[in-house]
Design a binder for this molecule. Sequence first.
Ligand code: 3H9
Length: 679
Amino acid sequence: MMSKITTAREDEVLVITLDNPPVNAFSTEVRQAMAEAVDTAAQDDGIRAVVIRAEGRMFSGGADITEFGSAPVHPTLPELIDSIENLAKPVVIALNGTALGGGCEIALGCNYRITVPSTKIGLPEVKIGILPGAGGTQRLPRVVGVEEALPIIVTGNPINAKKAEAIGLVDRIVEPDKLREEAMAFAREVAGRDDHPVSSQRTDRIKDHDPGVFDAFREKHGRRLKGLEAPQKCIEAVKLATELPYEEGIAKEREFFMELVNGDQSKALRHVFFAERQASKIDGLPKDVKSLPIRKVGIIGAGTMGGGIAMNFLSAGYDVTMVEREQEALDRGVGIIRKNYEATARKGRMTAEQVEGAMGHLTTSLDYQDFADCDLVIEAVFELMDIKKDVFGKLDAICKPDAIMASNTSYLDVNEIAACTSRPEQVVGLHFFSPANIMRLLEVVRGDKTSPQVMATAMDLAKKIGKVAVVSGVCHGFIGNRMLAKRQEQASDLLMEGARPAQVDKVLTDFGFPMGPFQMADLAGLDVGWDPDTTSSANVREVLCERGRRGQKTGKGFYDYDENRQRTPSEEVDAVIADFAAQSGKQQRDITDEEIRERLLYPMVNEGALILEEGIAQRASDIDTVWINGYGWPPYTGGPMFWADTIGLDTVLAGLEKHGMEPSQLLRDKAANGERFNG
Ligand code: 3H9
């Protein structure tokens, strides 16, 4: 077996090379072998400098996250980095690409850092609910100053090589093919000197900072830090770096790290990290399946959905042909796409050239015939089976033989749609979420006959356009909307029993959702799927629509909105609810927040269990991935199924029974055996 750490002696320089694909994680084996190599450098008087470098497409993704939660094995990463920093010989680190977490912290423990232009450096630990625990919170501020260190540590977003050089995090940037040679030259250049910068000993960048910077940072990022433990600890740790001697600061960092890594939030966020990566894998797919090449994509419909879907492909450089029935609708759709891109450019997230580049890939047409050379066609037409069937019949006649034909349906039976073509194996569901250019989730709906090749292509494509894809079997509403329906049912019932929209919504926002069901309805529009010609005052929603309360766009829905879209509860809505409640004969009563939470969330978990039982989802973690990326479920609880695991499946079971709901067999069995949904 190839060793993950190799050493080579070149004159007076020891080169230590890390090679641990796929991401050069600092696993126990790597740490032990690297510590031995560092020891060699310390012992051998002939060695006057060290170069640390890596093989592969990046420097390192950091500590091996799979080892978290087990007892620490020596040398720990902090111990290894200390041994590097304490070496009485200069160490130059050559970052050949991405250096994250422990990968960045090890660089901070070296005296000199050299890299290539494409490198991204960062401390993303906060995203998995921890803080940099190998000296990052104490060394980074000492190297780049508090103002620069705070956002890197607290947001977890990486910076590029140029910025890293500007703030003093790297010393030199060189061309990739020169990296090794330049690192060697750097090492030889500094070998004879004895004034090497030692990060932990530096005070020059932390002695004059504005003490108000921490509170200002908390204030500025308050909304995104809400409910999260790790960012608060990150801020606290950086503050301590400015107040305590290094040894005391590092002891505090370790204490915070251990506390966070063993806490529920980090366990949940680590689950989310692996769940997203697992979701891209399709069970039972033959190993030799190759994706089909996709270059040109056809989209039917230039409305909100079609336009949003088109933007995904345009941004990723695919040619897109968008077809509508009328020129006016096409023009409007194209106008909105351009407006969206220009808004992104105004925020500095796109250049004017990139806007034109994306728009340059778009062609429009009124004729399906223009789909003839498309590799993939996605329809985003009205959600009615007859219309979908008509569209797929036409596509079948026009598309080339190996083209993939996809439906963006959010509920309908993909098998029935596929059956009206001569090639159901080429048909798949691609369920995007609105706004489709922003939401990360994509449900890839696998029909009974969808071919493995089409599935593999869809999953690959999702990654290329930056989506998190989850495979779903065919059922009404697939994974996400099927579970959502259970929550909506309860939300409506709760109103009839005495809860108010604001109370129900608040229970969910307190839980960590960005909004509750009634706020969501107001945002989406109460009239989605409502028909003014056939309306019959059958429920609260219909009556509100009839009264012109159609959501935020009309200034009123379940709530009243002012000109700044601030909402207040509405007496009119309360009266409508009271009328329906009286008709339903249900006794109005005070309902506790706890009951609301249980009745909204437990039935979702139960539906998730049914979805698993029926094989609609491949694994529990896929359900979590859907809810976190498509419906705002707070990631720090791990998603519905992981959350249920955390609070205990027996608790969920008892709750369902208490509220008179029928638990699924899978939930009963797992609860009885003390098992979890997620392994
Ligand atoms: C840390 O460093 C702690 C210290 O502060 C303190 C310690 C005391 N460990 O994402 P990909 C797997 S905390 C284990 O598809 P990409 C991943 O699951 C760490 N495994 O590749 C996947 O496995 P599989 C701080 C890891 O090129 C495979 O590698 N660092 C790790 O799209 C490929 O991953 C982070 O939080 C890991 N650290 O993106 C960075 N990283 O093939 C986490 C990846 O079986 N990592 N895997 O599904 C990332 O952000 C991305 O993986 C990275 C590569 C950008 C590196």
